[in-house]
Structures are given as C-alpha cells and as structure tokens.
Write a protein that binds this ligand. Structure first.
Ligand SMILES: [Zn+2]
Ligand SMILES: [Zn+2]
Length: 150
C-alpha cells in the first residue's frame, strides 16, 4: 500500500514538471510561452511566435510550414462540413425509422390491450417497438445537440 502511494506521488510531480516545461519558450528558457508552434509543437514566447490566424508558428522557422498546415486544415474543415451534411440526412432517415417504430409499437400495444390474456406477446412486442423507437429517437437527436454545444 505504501509503495503504491509513493509511486503515485512521483508520477504527479513528473506531470507537473512536464507541464511547466511546455509553458516555457523553446528559444528563451526564462520566458513563458503563449502557445505552441502548430508545426513543430515547441513552446513560443510572444517575441518568437507569429500568429498565422489559426495557429502559432516559430518566427522565421516554421512560418511556411504552418501556412501550409492552416490551408490543409481549412480544406479539411470544408470536407468535414460536407460529410456532416450527408450524416445529417442519414440521421433524418434514422429518426423517421424511429417514429415508425413508435407508431408500429403503439398499434401492437393497442391491439394487444383489446385482449391482454390472448395477446400478451403483442403487448410485449409493442413495448419492445416503442422502446426501440424511443432509443432510436434519442440516438438520432444526440449528435445534433452536441454540435450545438461546440
Ligand atoms: Zn515551429
Ligand atoms: Zn522566445
């Protein structure tokens, strides 16, 4: 027990140290970094950093690389937006499938309830369909809510 506790203490102090290291400028060890270079990931102080719009670059070293990276990322974002539209339409189909399950389930349930003794399996089936439909509705709506948050 004691050994495990000691090991935990060591790992925490190591984490803090590496975090501190990242916060320093790579070229000026006495200065705090404002962020990392998008290309090489080195910590940069305001003097060494060049703002490339969507990321920082090492002044005079990585400017060109980061410019290319930013263009690539921009292209990727456009592609992702297009893929998102396709996913959206397939999600719409899925949610209409879910409401179909709900309607179907209600019919089964209503039918089963006309004679609960004879149609016990109908009630069970109806409940299953409704549960599946509700689950599908939640599944179809969840990602859209996530996107609203971000
Ligand atoms: Zn760099
Ligand atoms: Zn610096």
């Amino acid at each position: 027990m004691q050994a495990a506790g000691g090991r935990m203490g060591v790992s925490v102090s190591v984490d803090l140290q590496s975090h501190k290291e990242f916060m320093r400028c790579f070229y000026h060890h006495d200065r705090e970094s404002v962020g990392g270079c998008k290309s090489c990931g080195k910590g940069l102080c305001p003097e060494c950093a060049v703002d490339m719009g969507k990321g920082l670059a090492c002044r005079g070293r990585c400017e060109e690389d980061v410019r290319e990276l930013v263009t690539l990322i921009d292209r990727n974002i456009k592609l992702t937006a297009q893929t998102g539209n396709i996913l959206d339409s397939s999600r719409r189909i899925r949610s209409s499938g879910a409401s179909f399950n709900l309607v179907f389930g209600s019919i089964f349930l209503a039918w089963g309830l006309t004679d609960p003794e004879a149609f016990r399996f109908m009630i069970l089936l109806g409940v299953c369909f409704i549960a599946y439909g509700v689950f599908g509705m939640i599944q179809a709506r969840k990602p859209r809510g996530d996107r609203k948050d971000s």
